[in-house]
Design a protein around this ligand. Structure first.
Ligand SMILES: [Zn+2]
Ligand SMILES: [Zn+2]
Ligand SMILES: [Zn+2]
Length: 316
């Protein structure tokens, strides 16, 4: 590769040779508009403002309604300021500016999950190595537009976090013959004090299980995964998963102080070992500071057993 090609690598994806960390250089993203903090930018994601976005790439629509007009329930548009030119989409949850995911009717939230599945399928069948879905809530969570939406990022490499997880799934299976995430759920279900479920890290059980991980990176960090070992989110029953996700997001929204992220990890396009899809919810009560940045280790100010009790108390 010439020096110039090395400087201007594919899709702006670059790796620091000293620490191995990947960076996406995305000039222009720093200029994207924000409507948090009172700026009066017209919202491009509201019903009736379809002309303010690039043409839609997918939507769930009322029969007879035309693309890029009203009549949609969930709408997908390319990100105007992409981190990845070919694989950065915005999934607008509903035409409503006010309703967060957990405020939607169960069938509406299921529609959003169906759209996640559809777009993941397109990305993974279209040559991406992996695709993740993320959502940012609140300014401290990195949100720039208030209208509730998620984003799909499809990448040509496996993101390092997913690669680390895949490695741990493999090592655990080779060593114990079981799924590391199924085992983690069982551990979270087991109370510290026999017979007292209040001493477990389980937040709720069901077809979708919610628990606080033993070693959280964020105070109140919550993980969700199907109780039955399932590799790929595209196989999930959206209506059943929507019910659990609604409870988990409502409990997080009630306790996280308005700022959190969540992301969905599903199997990459080519899975060699095993995987178990899951959603991680990360409350953002404090900024990521020097120690975290300088060590790649977290300091978590809330014990996960206590966090589970707080989240259980917030369940409706
Ligand atoms: Zn809006
Ligand atoms: Zn499993
Ligand atoms: Zn994960």
């Amino acid at each position: 590769m010439s020096d110039k090609a090395a400087k201007h690598g594919a899709a702006g994806l670059r790796r620091n040779p000293i620490n191995g960390k990947w960076t996406v250089i995305a000039p222009g993203r720093g200029l994207r508009p924000t409507d948090l903090g009172g700026a009066s930018v017209p919202c491009p994601f509201c019903g009736g403002s379809e002309h303010l976005t690039p043409p839609e790439v997918d939507a769930l629509r009322e029969p007879g309604s035309a693309p890029d007009g009203p009549g949609w329930r969930v709408r997908v548009v390319p990100n105007k300021f992409p981190a990845f030119p070919e694989g950065h989409e915005v999934i607008v949850h509903s035409p409503s500016h006010e309703l967060e995911l957990e405020d939607l009717e169960p069938a509406e939230l299921a529609d959003v999950l169906v759209m996640y599945q559809r777009r993941l399928d397109v990305a993974l069948c279209d040559g991406a190595a992996a695709a993740i879905i993320i959502a940012n809530r609140g300014a401290a969570g990195g949100a720039s537009l208030a209208h509730p939406h998620s984003q799909l990022l499809a990448t040509s490499i496996l993101p390092p976090l997913l690669q680390d997880e895949l490695g741990n799934f493999d090592r655990h299976r080779n060593r114990y013959g079981t799924c590391v995430l199924c085992d983690a759920m069982d551990e979270a279900r087991a109370p510290d004090v026999a017979g007292d479920p209040a001493t477990a890290r389980l937040v709720f059980d069901g077809p979708l299980v919610a628990w606080t991980p033993m070693a959280p990176r964020f105070p109140g960090e919550l993980w969700l995964a199907p109780a039955d070992h399932q590799t790929d989110f595209r196989q999930a029953d959206a209506a059943v998963m929507a019910e659990g996700l609604q409870r988990a997001l409502a409990a997080t929204a009630a306790t996280a102080g308005g700022a959190f992220n969540f992301w969905l990890h599903t199997a990459p396009a080519e899975l060699r070992g095993s995987f178990h899809w899951h959603i991680e919810i990360a409350p953002r009560r404090s900024a990521i500071a020097g120690f975290e940045l300088g060590s790649d280790m977290a300091i978590c100010g809330l014990d996960p057993w206590e966090a589970a009790a707080i989240l259980r108390a917030a369940l409706v």
